[in-house]
Design a protein around this ligand. Sequence first.
Ligand SMILES: Cc1ncc(COP(=O)(O)O)c(C=O)c1O
Length: 382
Amino acid sequence: MSTETTFPHGVLSPETVVVAAGRPAAGQDAAVNPPIVLTSTYRGTGPADPADRVYGRYSNPTWDPFEEALARLESAQEPALVFSSGLAAIAAALSLVPAGGVLVMPRHSYAGSLALAAEQAEAGRFTLRTVDIADTPAAVAALEGADLLWIESPTNPMLEVAEIRVLADAAHAAGALVVADNTFATPLVTRPLELGADVVVHSVTKYLSGHSDVVLGAAVTSDEALRARLAAHRTLHGAVAGPFEVWLALRGLRTLALRMQRSQENAGELARRLAAHPAVAAVRYPGLPEDPGHDRAAAQMDGFGAIVCIEVAAGAAAAEKVTEAVSLWVPATSLGGVESLIERRRRQPGEPKTVPENLLRLSVGIEHVEDLWADLEQALAR
Ligand SMILES: Cc1ncc(COP(=O)(O)O)c(C=O)c1O
């Protein structure tokens, strides 16, 4: 199936790209949406060409429209690569660290990324250096002899904002590749490839799909050779996405701009109100002028995202009670869906010990902000 790749009006805004990209080619009676292709293999005779589909672990036509749309949103010159989960995409990206090499990673990266990197470091595959990614001089100093710099911005769940361009330039000067996990920001808010990153990874499970109904991942790069290495990892390690999940992700992507706009507005309003609430000891949200990452976020992001973290003044047990007392907010892990989720992150055994025990991560959804506030207020009052 061919998909539309050019538009006669020149460059389209991201709000339009999410709706228009990856549609089947125009024509009388052409379907408006791509089909779900359920097949494990493809007809073929003679020596297989690298461009042939060959087998379902190598490619699927249902992946193509999503990969094209995500590449356009991330300003990539090559189609994205969809994976069976965000962590599968992260595993492929970590394979870019050579054996015996050095990986520099934010100490507050997503816990699964840290666990996978630590596992490989303990097995002796590479050396892992963790840094405070918001501390640019410390992160730059850690780059000496490094092979790959991992960036997550804002970090999960501490919401630290990295100076992506400065760090990418320093990493390249040190001979290191740069991979950015753009799950929290989405390409509508930050485009790390434009800021110098070589590869962007996503948990598509989150905002890109947007409805908490699929587990998927993606990697994006403009570098043909890097893409080939990531694609080979996907094929050989078998981390391939089901066609139905990818179709759902493209369907979810159609409303990404609207969802991000609404959930960011809600997040900003809730962060302001929470900052003035007596039961809240601290609020982390880069959109608040007093947040340490605010100026950096304002300079490099088109918005501040929709994750807000609070520290409950009365401690961890009280924070846990808040998650039991809410009725509209859903007490659950994950983020980026239309529905608002709340979680005390340290309930997860793998969460870094430097994340406060009383920290609640709020994934702010698209409900009416007054309903979200009323539910939070009554839960905090208990
Ligand atoms: C920032 C970030 N990256 C990656 C992942 C992993 O993605 P997945 O759960 O789709 O494997 C997550 C999951 O929470 C995440 O928050």
